[in-house]
Design a protein around this ligand. Structure first.
Ligand code: GDP
Length: 478
């Protein structure tokens, strides 16, 4: 049998089976058209229903987006402070908050919520969002205009804000029967939210939210799994995502196209260090321990996982027994970390010793920024480039608890091996576990039964929403 795929170049589809809309200016966003050249074709196809929802959304965005007549009228209503009921253009504003991995996951979550509730997503650009990503929707920007009346209040929104839905509920200031409602609601969905804030995930409350033209959301959580537990969204979600583990995979590829500047970082690095290898392994190292590291117990964990799971070959410590082959297989390891030490350790191991398998292992790390610096532009450009480069590898090892890794696995469409979070500065045993799905984990889900009005284990309600491998109380789609 002849393997024809080796000889025939099958032209790749840059629009990803209809996921992406046609008609953008290619030069303004090269990644949108060129990413297929760097990726294997995804085995996961978007459903025709999702594709049609996206085209409908794009029409809505064109009609209601920034600086349209409808938008201007809705802003006027917002300024007036009075709720005059919803119109055919209603909005959900995403407030820029937290690290870049978190932001990418929350934007996808809020966009899905916008699709489900037929709202227009508007994006607060914070300090650097505009330099990181291309516009995802045709013709109209997704950015909140800079003269939007409330931008200055965004930073101050927190768990105590009087205008949050949770606090209005707690203080008995909001009910479905009320005649006069405020012109907007602030939805506080960050990790420190309380039981009232969490009522967002109940159907009755969603009915009330429908009365608001303006919702403003601050979150650092991928809250999609809990939307799957809400009866009112069930049908739509099932139709959009018959395959329930591909939510972020599709929405991420739809929304997040690196800007030309970031695309330059990605493609130069890929061509210099990764493209010529026979196989690519991504290792994302993120520790949440005290001190920056590198830590010996994490070095040991990385080796135990990669060698134990046969992702990398063992080395011949004596260094003499292996006959080098003429044409050895070359494996490129792309390591990302805030620090340098894990990379240096692995690079030296595979330079100083031959491998038992005869393979050659090249180890590369694009940056070591030492510290998280959420608001420095080039810092986050590098962070995005590295998440994206990880998503171009064939096999992934990620770190527990890290949204940086979730983004990479979702864009890649890969189930990673997750390095467990270490306890008491020791190497966990086993060092890592294979993820059940490529979906991100919702770190702070509600545990509440809206109907029975009592606590419940939301990880046990349906087979496709389970507790996460890396956070026992988290929820993810399996
Ligand atoms: P999480 O904290 O791991 O969930 O991921 P986030 O992306 O939300 O926040 C971590 C931030 O630290 C990133 O946005 C980067 O700014 C920085 N960071 C963490 N790990 C890396 C890394 O491997 N490379 C780079 N360039 N930055 C990193």
């Amino acid at each position: 049998e002849v393997d024809v795929s080796q000889h025939i170049e099958i032209p790749k589809d840059p629009l990803l089976d209809g996921l992406l809309a046609d008609g953008f200016d290619e030069q303004s966003c090269l990644s949108r058209y060129e990413s297929v050249l760097y990726r294997k074709t995804s085995p996961y196809k978007p459903s025709p229903y999702l594709v049609s929802k996206l085209r409908q959304y794009e029409d809505l965005h064109k009609r209601c987006g920034p600086n349209t007549q409808s938008y201007n009228e809705a802003v006027k209503q917002l300024r007036s402070g009075r709720n005059v009921g919803t119109t055919d253009c209603n909005y959900v504003v995403w407030v820029c908050y937290s690290g870049l991995g978190n932001r990418i996951l929350t934007l996808a979550s809020v966009f899905l919520y916008a699709l489900l509730t037929e709202r227009v997503l508007l994006v607060d650009r914070g300090k650097d969002m505009a330099g990181l990503f291309c516009e995802p929707f045709p013709e109209r920007s997704w950015f909140l205009p800079l003269n939007f009346p409330m931008i200055k209040k965004f930073d101050g929104f927190d768990q105590k804000s009087r205008e949050s839905y949770g606090n209005l509920l707690k203080n008995n200031k909001i009910r479905a029967s009320m005649k006069s409602l405020p012109s907007y609601l602030y939805l506080h969905l960050t990790h420190d939210y309380d039981d009232y804030d969490k009522m967002f995930f109940c159907d009755d409350d969603q009915a009330l939210l429908k009365k608001f033209s303006w919702l403003i959301v601050k979150t650092d959580n991928y809250f999609v799994p809990s939307l799957f537990l809400m009866p009112s969204f069930e049908d739509e979600l099932n139709k959009m995502f018959p395959d329930k583990v591909t939510i972020f995979h599709h929405l991420g590829r739809y929304l997040f196209h690196p800007s030309n500047h970031v695309w330059g970082l990605i493609t130069r690095y890929y061509k210099a260090y990764l493209s010529k290898a026979d196989e690519r392994l991504g290792i994302q190292v993120r520790t949440f321990d005290k001190g920056a590291g590198p830590f010996q117990y994490v070095k040991d964990q990385i080796s135990a996982c990669t060698i134990g799971e046969k992702l990398l070959p063992e080395v011949d410590a004596s260094g003499f027994t292996v006959n080098p082959s003429k044409n050895p297989k070359v494996k490129a390891v792309l390591m990302t970390s805030l620090v340098y030490g894990y990379y240096e350790n692995m690079r030296d191991i595979y330079w100083e010793h031959p491998t038992m398998s005869g393979e050659i292992i090249g180890v590369h790390q694009p940056s070591h920024e030492e510290q998280q610096q959420t608001e420095k532009p080039l810092h986050n450009m590098k962070a995005l480039a590295e998440m994206y480069l990880l998503s171009l590898t064939d096999v992934l090892v990620t770190s527990a608890w890290s949204t940086f890794g979730y983004v990479a696995q979702g864009l890649a469409g890969l189930k990673p091996w997750i390095l467990y979070k270490s306890e008491n500065q020791t190497t966990p045993n086993p060092p890592c576990v294979r993820a059940m799905s490529m979906e991100p984990c919702f770190h702070a889900p509600p545990f509440y039964d809206c109907k029975a009005k009592k606590g419940i284990d939301t990880g046990k309600l349906v087979p496709h929403v389970r507790h996460c491998e890396d956070i026992s109380w988290g929820l993810k789609n399996e």
